[in-house]
Write a protein that binds this ligand. Sequence first.
Ligand code: PEP
Ligand code: MG
Length: 752
Amino acid sequence: MAVAWLAEVDVTDVDTVGGKAASLGELTDADLPVPSGFVVTADTYRRFIESADIATELFETVDVDHEDSQALKHAHERAHELIMDTDMPERVREEIYRAYTELGSVEEPFVAVRSSATAEDLPDASFAGQQETFLNVQSEMLIDRVKECWASLFSQRAIYYRNRQGFAHADVDIAVVVQEMVDADKSGVMFTSHPSTGADEVIIEAAWGLGEAVVSGSVSPDNYTMDKQSASVESVEIADKKTMMIKQAASGETVETEVPSSDREARVLSDTELEQLVKLGRQVESHYQSPQDVEWAIKNGSIYMLQSRPITTIDSEKMDTHDESSEETDGVIVDGLGASPGVASGEAQIITELNQIDQVSNGDIIVTEMTMPDMVPAMKRASGIVTDEGGMTSHASIISRELGVPAVVGTETATQRLTSGKAVTIDGEKGTVRPGAQPTDEQREPIEEARPTTPVKPMTATRVKVNVSIPEAAERAAATGADGVGLLRTEHMVLSLGKTPSKFIADHGERAYIDELVEGIQAAAEEFYPRPVRVRTLDAPTDEFRQLEGGEDEPREHNPMLGYRGIRRSLDNPKLFNHELQAFRRVYQMGYDNVELMLPLVNDAEDVRQARHHMEEAGIDTDRRSWGIMIETPAAALEIESIADTGVDFVSFGTNDLTQYTLAVDRNNEHVADRFDELHPSILSLIETTIETCRELDIDTSICGQAGSRTEMVNFLIEAGISSISANIDAVRDVQHEVKRVEQRLILDTVR
Ligand code: PEP
Ligand code: MG
């Protein structure tokens, strides 16, 4: 059988009918008002590509580098062509038509044709919106539309995501739901629990006409907050609904049209309709035993449920405590990780292409999937940053902290849920984005004025330093009163050149490249002189450098975090490494004897010995200069005794990488961000034993990962006997006080 009726399928059929159809089948079984329909099963798609012999070519076509946009485009076009140019087998065509004629009350019903991918809408892989939907389809277009849905499995976005997430293309099948259209008077979505806090509230969004406008975000809907138990209205926000989607009577086409002026600011849903929706919402939630995101429509007073998906955005920690925090989380549009503190309001600017960054005006809030090095100038103009992806140690987080710009990262859906030109307020501490401008005292103040809460710099035995990634931040960093720079990341200097080192050298020569490095290092060394500045040699991940001019020559890697970066890359390319070392030599010659040299991502003594050899060859006197290594891998921590023999003066814990490599948690992957636990006992144990060994061997210890800015980590490190701590600019003052507090406690403990 090529098709199955929705009433015949349920969640156990998800492999053959996909998440969407299985869910509609479940809703039908639960006696909820679902428009009638059938599903063209995933097996039918599979047989289609196999019997026509296009499967192999299809999967080979889409096996491309997902960061290469041209390759993605070609892959998508070829895959689409392969599917559309292949005839539908006669038997399948007949079966689909037979089901279609049995569908509705009228002879040629309009149907919605939607893809239902077998990896879509599953609780842990909410890829909603990646596949096609066709509305108001009638018989003559039906077969083509089904094929279009199959082809949508190979949209550029879908190929990108599967390649990036490591899903094999051959493992994902696609079914197609054909369902009678509800020519809706009004429609929208309903969250059966609060989508970010999980609070016992039903949130309903509603607009005039067909639901596509609400789901795609092209219209701002009314927003109703309802008490889930009593179904009473808690709050109503009426939006100005300028446009709506309707079906054109003659062609059946879906078109956007203006909402009649009398309806624009009118409330879409009556209290009775809201009450009915809440009841249905409770029924759906109790059927699935989990909060749901439901699409609904109303036609002639009857409610229909079009789709239901689990809500994947609820933060379980917030769910437990929502009673105390509900006031703070009300009205949140999206939430993520609070990556750079401060509150900021401004117009959202959604940036999907680099050439759009000019649209960012002073004071705007940049909303993007992930920030890129070329965005730094725009980030400086912005009053806030919101990203879909990334964790606390991603590019967006590091740079926005240094710029003192509030940021919320890893929201997953901000680029879909926010609208360009609309004012929003972000809270970079709580990680929330709310509608409208909510000015606060704290907004956009330079960080050293906004902080610290405790103004005087305390004297501490443990030195408290600061991390700097962009030389422009050096002045602000020095103003914190830090005892030096614990980490200056040279890769950010290179990223801001806009070209890979090789490309830059090819265009401007070796001398110019060395000059750029010297200038960046000198800026920080001068600002802090005579306080020490620990400069790290290049740690260039291929995925970040691919975004630069010349980036097409970067090696293509399945897992750049485990690949060609850090010292391994420098040792592999001694010529390029030598240019960096020449830059160090020059700053030493200029008299900056406060510069220290640090090597990233070493694993063992052999890595360090080879690097030292190159340093000597470049004319750096390694006995005279202070130099050391990052401890970023469990291997480096476990090998500390033999590494000590190489002559290092210091080690510095890079907990961003040490955490990801110890726990196997990608630091840039928002799906596992909640597992990125820098205080995990395994990491603390690696740090503690390394400090112990280094104390015995008289090697200086420090931390320059993000965790050094956390109170709990500071406590632990001081007790373990670390020599210095390097924190983010915004955290320096608080860390100084925390260090002081712990030191005093330790002194008191010894005299008691
Ligand atoms: C670290 O890994 O903790 C670190 C400071 O280096 P980076 O974040 O640049 O990888
Ligand atoms: Mg690192």
